[in-house]
Design a protein around this ligand. Structure first.
Ligand SMILES: NC(=O)NCCC[C@H](N)C(=O)O
Length: 412
């Protein structure tokens, strides 16, 4: 029987994937809250849901089983009988470890069915929906005019980031910004208690209790023994070293012996490696030209297991193409530039996730339809491109790879 998580590449036929259908959380906020919630606009929910359903249909039509984070979370909480414990942790991480507000929120949420409770936590809790006026100093002196007890989690539909499947296991991530930190508690709960995942021998290569930062958009599974991880706005080199120690530990038997750390610009438009670089076929990648310096240079560091104090050796390089060829044992490589090399188009289409492709089989990718220049170029390079609707979904600043967490891929 295949393990419930089995991902040995970025491109093997996608058998099972986890999505989150956008809910109220993607519009339950004001423009003032956008920077903190990591959105640059507020999507129109009914249209975003239509687009997301169309994306899920594409995956199903191509033979992928689609699971939903919100459903798995509620099922896991019930299966583990951990509604109380889950809620305590969620309230603590939302700033209410104890006290009268904690008690009021707990009573409100516990009165709901588990799916309703999960949905409500994801959507956010406004102050005016509970018959309770807090009397503590923080509420009176600091938070009086703030409309929420618990913030919405609009980034949940980017299921790629809070956790990442690698081999027969995953990392459950300590995320960079407060706005996303609580998200990975759902995945941790699913892995611990959902009958599909619990007690199935899955490896948690690195759990969410770590303090160094890593997000799934930076974690690319290039093969069954090679990873690429971005050193980015969201993932620190420290965390990459942690992952290396865990994966290279012979006792863990991960199969991974190579991690290529790639340093990319640290900004919101290019927050993760997968916003500028994705693998789409055995020897083909998309790359945003904006990350490459003069002569196509970019800093990479390749880590291998070693018998030294750190547990790994490090080799610095600046030629991504050569580094990839060596690690993947390839003679030739096709690095396809976002926007066909036109600086205006490349900038625009990268902003709209033109480099953020989801491979559903070798040479078959799902992309946003708005990135028509990059899509055409991919077709010219022999790829099968299935483009999906993107007017509203793209407003959250993530594309098809960001919106999907592969759980099972066929081996190549
Ligand atoms: N892997 C990805 O690049 N995910 C996109 C995440 C977008 C989200 N608004 C964020 O800033 O975290």
């Amino acid at each position: 029987m295949t393990a419930p998580i089995h991902v040995g590449s970025e491109i093997g036929k996608l058998k099972t994937v986890m999505l989150k259908r956008p809910g109220e959380e993607i519009e339950n906020f004001t423009p003032e809250m956008m920077p903190r919630l990591l959105f640059d606009d507020i999507p129109f929910l009914p249209q975003a849901q239509k687009e997301h359903d169309a994306f899920a249909d594409i995956l199903r039509d191509n033979g992928t089983e689609v699971l939903y984070l919100e459903k798995l979370s509620a099922e896991a909480i019930d299966a583990g009988n951990v509604k109380d414990a889950f809620l305590e942790e969620m309230l603590t991480e939302s700033g209410y470890a104890a006290g009268t507000t904690h008690d009021a929120l707990k009573e409100y949420l516990m009165s709901m069915s588990t799916p309703e409770m999960v949905d409500k936590i994801m959507s956010g809790i406004r102050k005016n929906e509970i018959d309770f006026v807090p009397s503590d100093l923080v509420s009176a002196a600091e938070d009086k005019d703030y409309p929420f007890f618990m913030d919405p989690m609009p980034n949940l539909y980017f299921t790629r980031d809070p956790a990442a499947s690698i081999g027969d296991g995953l990392t459950i991530n300590h995320m960079t910004f407060e706005a996303r930190r609580r998200e990975s508690l759902f995945m941790e709960t699913i892995i611990k208690y959902h009958p599909r995942f619990a007690n199935k021998g899955l490896h948690v290569w690195r759990g969410r209790d770590h303090k160094t930062r890593i997000e799934g958009g930076d974690e690319l599974v290039l093969s069954d023994h090679v990873l690429a991880i971005g050193v980015s706005q969201r993932t620190s080199a420290d965390a990459i070293q942690d992952v290396a120690r865990s994966l290279f530990d012979p006792a863990n038997d991960s199969g991974y012996d190579t991690i290529i750390a790639i340093r990319i610009p640290h900004n919101h438009a290019m927050m993760h490696l997968d916003t500028v670089f994705t693998m789409i076929n055995r020897d083909q990648f998309t790359v945003h030209p904006g990350i490459l310096g003069e002569g196509g240079k970019i800093d990479t560091w390749t880590l291998h297991p070693a018998n030294n104090e750190d547990g790994f050796s490090i080799e610095h390089d600046q030629n991504l193409e050569e580094v990839l060829k060596k690690a993947l044992n390839l003679d030739e490589l096709d690095l396809i530039p976002t926007g066909d090399g036109d600086p205006i188009v490349a900038g625009r289409e990268q902003w709209n996730d033109g480099s953020n492709t989801l491979a559903i089989a070798p040479g078959v990718v799902v992309t946003y339809n708005r990135n028509y220049v990059s899509n055409e170029l991919l077709r010219k390079h022999g790829l099968k491109v299935i483009d999906t609707l993107s007017s509203e979904l793209s407003r959250g600043r993530g594309g098809p790879r960001c919106m999907s967490m592969p759980l099972v891929r066929e081996d190549l």
